[in-house]
Each structure stands twice: as C-alpha cells, then as structure tokens.
Design a protein around this ligand. Structure first.
Ligand SMILES: Cc1cc2nc3c(=O)[nH]c(=O)nc-3n(C[C@H](O)[C@H](O)[C@H](O)COP(=O)(O)OP(=O)(O)OC[C@H]3O[C@@H](n4cnc5c(N)ncnc54)[C@H](O)[C@@H]3O)c2cc1C
Length: 402
C-alpha cells in the first residue's frame, strides 16, 4: 500500500467536494476559491512535510500569498487591503488553506489576521501607513502578543507593564506562546498602563527591532511549521504614538478581535476535518483486508458516514454564522455566544475526524507524511488557542443569560 502523495489525495472525485450551501456564495466568492485552490495546491501542499520537519517555511511564501489576495482580505484598500470582500471570503480562505493539511503553515502565514485588525481599527493614520502596507504586501510579519506565562484565559489579569515616560512608554514583562514570535516585525501587544483589572489594559504596537526584546523558540506537540516564541520585554522604549486607541480601552478591543480569530479558527477546523475525511475515504476505497475493501466493512463505512455527518452539521453552522456576521443588526446579542459555540463544535468535529481518520489508516495513520497524523497532532491547539473550550462555554453561557 502506498502513502498518499504529499499534498495529493488518492481516489477523490468531484462528487466528494465539500458541499457548500450555494445560496451563500456569489460568483466572485467561487472565483476566489478557485484562485486559492490553485495557490494552495501549487505553493503549499507539496511542501508541508518538508516544512514541518524543518519547523519553518520560506519567508517568500508571505509575498506569494499577498499576490493572490490572501493577506489583504478584510483590510482597508488605502493601506493595501482588498475592497469588496466579506465574511464568506474569509471562510473560503480558511477552508481552502486548510486543504494543505498543515495548521502550522496557516497559523504563521496568517498571523497578521490577529495582529493587524487592531492596528487598522485603532492605530493613528501614521501608524497604519507605516505598518499595514508592508504587512499586507507580505514584506513584513505581524504577530499578536496577549498571553503571558501567568495565564492566557484571564486577560484582565495580565502583568506586562507600560509606564509613561515623556513621549514614550517603557514596557517590561513577558509574553508566551506567540505565533510568528521569532520572525515578527511588529507585535500588537497587550500591556497594563493603569491599575488592576480590565480597565488598566491598553494596546501598543511594538516594533520587533526595539532594543530590550529577546525571543526564544518553543517546541510544540504540533504546528511544527509555525514559529512560536516566548518574548521578554526589558525596559523597551515604545513611542507613545504607537498606542492603539485610548489608554485603558485595550480589553474591549481584544475581546472584539477574538471574534474574528475564533470564526477563522472554526472555518479552518472544518477544513482540516474535511482533509481527514478525504484521506480516510481514499484509503478505505483502496486498501483491502479479508478480501474486501475497507469501505466494504460496515464498521468502516459507518465511521466515514459519521465523519461526513459531523462535517456537514458544523459546516451549516459555520455558514449560518458567517451570514449573521455580515447581515445581523449591529449588537446582535447572541452573535458572540454563537461564535464561541461554533468554535467548539468545529474543533470537536476536527478532533473526531482526525481520530477516525488515523484509526481508518491503521498503522499508516501513525506515520509521518500522512495528513491525518499531522492533523491529529495539531488538533488540540485549535481547542486551546484563541480562547479555550471552557472559556468559550463560559462566554456563551453569559451571553445566553443562563
Ligand atoms: C501553539 C499556540 C499558539 C498560540 N498563539 C498565540 C498568539 O499568537 N498570541 C497570544 O497572545 N496567545 C497565543 N496562544 C495562547 C493561547 O491563546 C492560550 O494558550 C489560551 O488562551 C489559554 O491560556 P493558557 O494557556 O494560559 O491556559 P490557562 O488560562 O492557564 O488555562 C488552563 C486551563 O484551565 C482552564 N480554565 C481557565 N479558566 C477557567 C475557568 N474560569 N473555568 C473553567 N476552566 C478554566 C482553561 O480552559 C484551560 O483548560 C497560543 C497558544 C498555543 C498553544
């Protein structure tokens, strides 16, 4: 039995296309999807095994991603963003990127989607003009630095301080688990400028070459191709003009930013679940045991049906949420809770499908080089990063007034 070709899946025909609800998509969405599909198949999928083992990918990929319109999605046109896009473009981007089978590549390649929006929304015109164009062109890398060694779930308790000194802030503290932390040129950083609690938190854009920053690489269970770092800020002098929004307004901005991150993570998780399903299906159709294809054993074909059913259900919830994000009246009280529940449903779907795919592949599913093996290693970060499963439930419960 041969290994599936890196990035290529055996025995998949058009009938097995992930079924998107056609009524949500306009022709420009489908064109964008085709462009991305070709980009992922050509520029990413053939390399993911090599990049995983190297724990990195070429910096050049950022520029290539910018060229196909991936990096500018959702950002203002005047700073290099792409006009006329909506939540369905972001959904398509996440699902199609997932088809490469490596969450690590996607996480670092797209880290500007968590670091950049806070600058676009709250940065001064000068700051936006300095940071956004090179990031959206793939020439510079943006990261988001919120989590600290003392904890990530309770953002209101963060300890990194920024003390005003003339026309600068002096930043001292630590951040950890920061995606793109080794390579980033800009850190969108949560700091404490005031007293205890949420009201004392502000956001600062810190240039990566600021004296006093040290970075160390972290080793991980999965997402090997993504660089993840621990950061020390030791008396870093940051211009006061790098403040994003008003002093003390950081907590609310961070919480709003999480909605976009959680939606994107959910869309990607469903994309990765789909990759697992495809790989398991291809294997079950090819491999024979006891004189029959695996798919001819009832337990195996039932498992495949369970995988597809869970993907279809999560996909329907994803599209419904995307539609509400674009159309629901501002302040829809249920929307934040829905995004939290979607993230949990999507990441559970990914976990179930990764486990089912590895089981279907048998020993081969345990071997490096299959998508299922990598995705099985990567799934937990989706249930932890951007807000853990437990925190998602707490937020949803609060929104529902339980
Ligand atoms: C690979 C990777 C990349 C990451 N990238 C980034 C990044 O780019 N930027 C960034 O800022 N952060 C990043 N993170 C950090 C991530 O957002 C945090 O790990 C996450 O928010 C959880 O924080 P924590 O790890 O400190 O866990 P903790 O907050 O210490 O929580 C530990 C456990 O306790 C549970 N728990 C906590 N409070 C409660 C409660 N009230 N009720 C019930 N259970 C609770 C949690 O759900 C969790 O299971 C990344 C993490 C990983 C693993």
């Amino acid at each position: 039995m041969r290994l599936p070709a890196p990035g290529g899946l055996p025995g998949i025909d058009a009938m097995n296309e992930l079924r998107l609800n056609a009524s949500y998509y306009r022709p420009e969405h489908l064109d964008f999807r085709e462009t991305l599909r070709r980009f992922v198949a050509r520029e990413i999928a053939p390399h993911v095994n090599e990049w995983d083992e190297a724990e990195s990918f070429p910096r050049e990929l950022y520029r290539k991603a910018a060229d196909v319109g991936l990096l500018g999605l959702g950002f203002p046109e005047e700073f290099g963003g792409i006009a006329g896009t909506d939540t369905f473009h972001r959904l398509i981007a996440s699902v199609e990127l997932a088809q490469c089978g490596s969450g690590g590549v996607v996480a670092s390649l797209m880290s500007h989607t968590i670091g950049g929006p806070l600058v676009a929304l709250y940065g001064s015109p000068d700051l936006k003009a300095r940071m956004l164009p090179p990031v959206l062109a793939g020439e510079r890398i943006s990261a988001l630095a919120i989590t600290e060694p003392s904890g990530g779930s309770d953002v209101s308790a963060l300890r990194t301080v920024a003390i005003r000194d003339g026309d600068h802030f002096v930043v001292t503290g630590e951040k950890t688990f920061i995606t793109s932390g080794i390579r980033a040129d800009f850190f969108t950083t949560a700091v404490r400028t005031g007293g205890e609690g949420a009201g004392g938190i502000s956001l600062l854009l810190i240039d990566g070459d600021t004296p006093g920053i040290t970075r160390s690489k972290l080793k991980k269970m999965g997402w090997w191709a993504s660089d993840t770092a621990h950061l020390h800020f030791d008396g870093c002098r940051v211009p006061a003009g790098n403040l994003l929004g008003k002093e003390g307004s950081g907590f609310r901005a961070i919480m709003e930013n999480f909605n976009g991150e959680r939606f994107t993570l959910a869309a990607g998780a469903i994309g990765f679940a789909w990759v697992c399903y495809q790989e398991a299906l291809g294997w079950a159709r090819e491999r024979k045991t006891f004189g029959r294809r695996l798919a001819d054993h009832q337990v195996v074909r039932h498992r495949l049906v369970d995988m597809l059913a869970s993907i279809e259900a999560a996909r329907a919830m994803l599209e419904e949420t995307a539609w509400r994000l674009d159309h629901a009246p501002a302040g829809d009280p249920q929307l934040v809770g829905s995004i939290c529940m979607l993230k949990n449903v999507a990441t559970r779907t990914m976990q179930f499908c990764a486990d089912a795919a590895v089981q279907t592949l048998g020993g081969m599913g345990y071997m490096r080089g299959t998508h299922s093996e990598r995705i099985y290693r990567e799934v937990k970060v989706n249930m932890i990063g951007g807000g853990t499963e437990e925190i998602m439930k707490e937020l949803a419960a609060r929104q529902l007034g339980l």
